[in-house]
Write a protein that binds this ligand. Sequence first.
Ligand code: SAM
Length: 381
Amino acid sequence: MDYYVTLSPGLEKISKNEIESFEGKIKEIRENKGRIFFSGDLELIPKINYLSRTIERLNILLYREEIPNISLDDIYERVYNIDWTEWIKENQSFAIRPLRVGEHNFTSIDIGRVAGEALIKSYQKDKNVRLKVNLDEPDVIVRVEVIFDELIVGIDTTGDIALDKRGYRVFNHPAHLNATIASSLVYLSVWKDDEILLDPMCGSGTIPIEGALIKRNIPPGKFREEKYGFKFIDIFGYELLNKTKKEIAENKNNYKIIGLDKNQKYLDGAKENAKNAEVLDTIDFICGDATKLHERFDSVDVIIANPPYGIRMGSKRAVKKLYNEFLSSVKKVMHGSSRLIVITAEEKMFKDAVIKNNFEIKDEFDVMFGGLMTKVFYLTL
Ligand code: SAM
């Protein structure tokens, strides 16, 4: 079976490792486009939807073609020629979820309309049945994506609530990080079992919570199942749930996770989220100042930070000051093998502070977060 996943553009190299760990065979990675194509057996569907931490959505790939100057007629023809009887039962409803990226002389609504017509006509030709459309609660979700000149058609195995919606979140920070990005940053840090992980501006706790779930081997799907009532495990008759339940590690506490924020209100929310994610006992949430880390800590191994951006914080001057003072303080608690990972939309301001404070930039790359272009920095002393 051929599949493709969607994820935050820029983090493909991390999701690739995850797909390979589930025994998916990578076929093509669309760097910075948030798409990875691969193949594997049916078991990948419950595995990825239940266990993956970095992927947003898993689709079965039905069709894919580069079509220069793609038109609505091209879309109609390609969708019409797919054998839909294999994928949708006569009594099932469907919805097209269209996506369009790039310049075209049609809208995503046009894609949805044309692809829907083509699918209905194609099914009628093969089975003499007119399928029902249900845009709100379809039995089958069909993804039709036009990304620049490429047409991709797939069956969505995840559903409308993408995998970054974890189900444990009860408190929403106004600028919280996407959980799949948080997990990707933890993987990027290669955080070891006996190391301290610190998020010095943790807000609602996404990074520490995702870190704790990784260390304790708690599958994110567990909370989606509880909150949204997903039953994909039953559907596939796969005993993944029971298997992973047994494998959930005890909290051995030879590692340490600290979430710090200067705002007690956010910390209270972070604690609620962590409690709901069953990892509150794994994380120390502390009210404190990220510019005074050296007054509190002697030595930290892994620091992952998602500091405020000017856009949301208001004053650019305040952000510049914060970045400088934070880097000057964090430097004092890092040792030879410490890693500092930062995600920010204020690339230039942050980089100036990095240079001023004399850090070594091991890696830097763009990550698209929602509609916002951000930069991830991987720094050492
Ligand atoms: N990653 C978080 C989440 O998922 O909820 C969101 C972090 S938000 C972009 C930035 C956070 O930095 C805010 O919660 C803010 O209170 C905190 N902050 C700003 N200045 C700080 C400082 N000097 N010390 C500690 N925290 C600070």
